[in-house]
Design a protein around this ligand. Sequence first.
Ligand SMILES: Cc1cc2nc3c(=O)[nH]c(=O)nc-3n(C[C@H](O)[C@H](O)[C@H](O)COP(=O)(O)O)c2cc1C
Length: 152
Amino acid sequence: MKRLTMVHHSIGGKTKEMASLLTDILSNEDQLIEFRSFSAFEAKASDILQSDGIIFGTPVNFGYMSGALKDFFDRNYYELEGKVEAVPYAIFVSASTDGTGAVESVRQICKGLNLKEVQEPLVLTKKLSESDQSRLRDFGMTMAVGIDAGIF
Ligand SMILES: Cc1cc2nc3c(=O)[nH]c(=O)nc-3n(C[C@H](O)[C@H](O)[C@H](O)COP(=O)(O)O)c2cc1C
């Protein structure tokens, strides 16, 4: 069974809410894939090396990814470098107004690792609405189905 790993961080709880919803969706999709979730401060390179796909989730803080997610990349970059080429990934972001800085900062590091971004980032700027929940479902299921089918 293929494995999808999520690495995420939240300060005020909004990104955590998104991550929790993704966990509910991806843990209940009849075992298409194995789904695992780690907080950014806890995630290790070995968690990523054993993955067939990755989801990164972060708030935007001062126009950048959260310090915790940056810490994850700082701690693990060299262990991952050269070993995760073309692994599919996607980003979700919680922002007040503009998530661009968080998206671009994650992308820059993932480009260095040669990870492969396989869908548009999901950036939410308001309280989770029903349509946001539906977008999150599509976001998560795209990863699960794509990884399972090997289409990325
Ligand atoms: C220290 C700090 C810096 C922030 N910087 C930005 C920013 O540059 N742009 C923005 O749109 N929102 C910014 N925000 C707002 C958060 O991104 C937003 O409230 C987000 O939903 C928080 O997610 P969380 O509850 O998971 O921490 C900032 C919040 C904090 C605490």
